[in-house]
Design a protein around this ligand. Structure first.
Ligand SMILES: *Cc1c(COP(=O)(O)O)cnc(C)c1O
Length: 403
């Protein structure tokens, strides 16, 4: 099967108003003619552009892509070519990067809670940097104390982010000192500190404050005559501009760059971006299975919904720009529902769309982060097939087809 990949727009579509870009419409129709519906189209060119813009905004920071929002082999290979490093959190993620040929020294394992089998699986691959946030977890590394380097994860609460990751993980600076002291006793090397300010953090001040706290802790470690720390991991959480309400990434990172410039020159800085790299890279394509007028309003039932690609609406507060592929004509308020028999399976309640026929295509944009990963096949409606576009940089090739 061979199709000509399309280049989807690199710049995010901020409004839900349709692109009436004819070549794009024809390309999407030709992909659907081959693969059917529903689909999730990953555009690797968009991933390249996102990676480069964050790298430009944080030039002295090693970017470890966190696989979690879009763990797909094409994303890994695209980012590997761009020079990225990787952030892993499970044995399955270890397998994905190993299979993609990622050298283990480019990876860190950042799950604060692991089984011994997870630690051994990562070590067998060659990943030697791990995260802990408590003494119990630290003790799990006693058998491997000559092989590993540990980052201690700190918590800074952030109620404003999409996901306040410090609620579940991370320790206080006092606890960190306790962990670092105990590690010295156990002969385990502490490499540095890490934190995650929370996903889709709208304000760079959260990073700035966390970096300042880490900086104080670095000094305290030296004062206490503990081994000096060499690394600060500023985590993920870089916001993507879904709704024209967060600053451009370069502006967002300016105060972070400044805060980092105050650290001792010997300190290496790494980050774990996930969402920002992949958010605009995926376009959902679904089709109308049927329709009904209910209480004076049209309901269109799609072949993808809340239990599928649109699961991010539930799990990630997602509000994606959705439109009909053929968007011309007068618009009416209508409801877009998913295919399952559950009444919560509604994708959009108050959306203005032209009159749709069965089989018409619906496009959801900016759906790269935390969408397909949480999809289910509830009711045995198959998850959307993933189609990869522009996987090789610089020239077109046949789209890779993966389930
Ligand atoms: C989820 C996660 C990330 C990525 O976060 P984004 O908000 O997607 O950038 C990075 N590091 C860890 C430890 C995570 O759990």
């Amino acid at each position: 099967m061979s199709i000509t990949p399309i280049t989807l727009p690199v710049e995010p579509a901020f409004s839900s108003s349709a692109r009436t870009d004819l070549p794009e419409i024809q390309h999407i129709e030709s992909i659907v003619a081959i693969h059917g519906s529903p689909l999730m189209l990953i555009d690797c060119d968009v991933i390249r552009a996102q990676y480069r813009s964050l790298k430009n905004a944080l030039p002295n920071v090693d970017l470890h892509f966190a696989l979690k929002p879009l763990p797909h082999a094409s994303v890994v290979s695209t980012l590997l070519e761009e020079g990225a490093c990787f952030d892993l959190a499970s044995s399955g993620e270890v397998d994905m990067v190993r299979d993609a040929g990622v050298p283990a020294q480019l990876t860190i394992h950042t799950h604060p809670i692991k089984r011994d089998s997870d630690i051994r699986h990562a070590l067998e691959y060659g990943c030697t940097v791990f995260i802990v946030d408590n003494l119990n977890e630290l003790e799990k590394f006693i058998p491997y104390n000559d092989q590993v380097e540990i980052l201690v994860r700190l918590s800074f609460r952030n109620a404003e982010s999409y996901a306040d990751l410090s609620k579940k993980f991370g320790c206080s600076p006092e606890k960190a000192i306790e962990i670092i002291s105990y590690a010295k006793e156990l002969g385990i090397r502490i490499k540095g500190l890490s934190f995650h300010v929370g996903s889709q953090t709208a304000k760079p001040e959260k990073f700035v404050q966390a970096i300042a706290s880490c900086s104080q802790l670095l000094q305290q470690v030296v004062q206490l005559d503990l081994p000096a720390l060499s690394t600060i991991d500023i985590g993920g959480g870089f916001p993507f501009n879904y709704h024209n309400d967060v600053m451009p990434i370069d502006e967002f990172c300016a105060p972070i760059r400044e805060a980092l410039s105050l650290l001792p020159e010997t300190v290496k800085v790494i980050a774990e971006p996930g969402r920002f790299i992949v958010a605009p890279s995926v376009t959902s394509v679904s089709s109308v299975m049927g329709q009904n007028e209910r209480d004076g309003k049209m309901w269109y039932y799609l072949d993808d919904g809340i239990y599928g690609s649109y699961s991010g609406i539930v799990f990630d507060h997602g509000k994606y720009p959705i439109d009909a592929l053929h968007a011309e004509g007068e618009r009416f308020p209508c409801v877009l529902a998913g295919p399952t028999c559950d009444s919560i399976d509604v994708v959009a309640e108050e959306i203005l769309l032209p009159k749709l026929n069965n089989g018409d295509l619906i496009i959801g944009r900016l759906m790269g982060a935390y969408t397909t990963v949480t999809a289910t096949d509830f009711n045995f409606f198959k998850k959307a097939e993933i189609v990869v576009l522009n996987e090789s940089a610089g020239f077109y090739e046949d789209a890779l087809i993966t389930a």
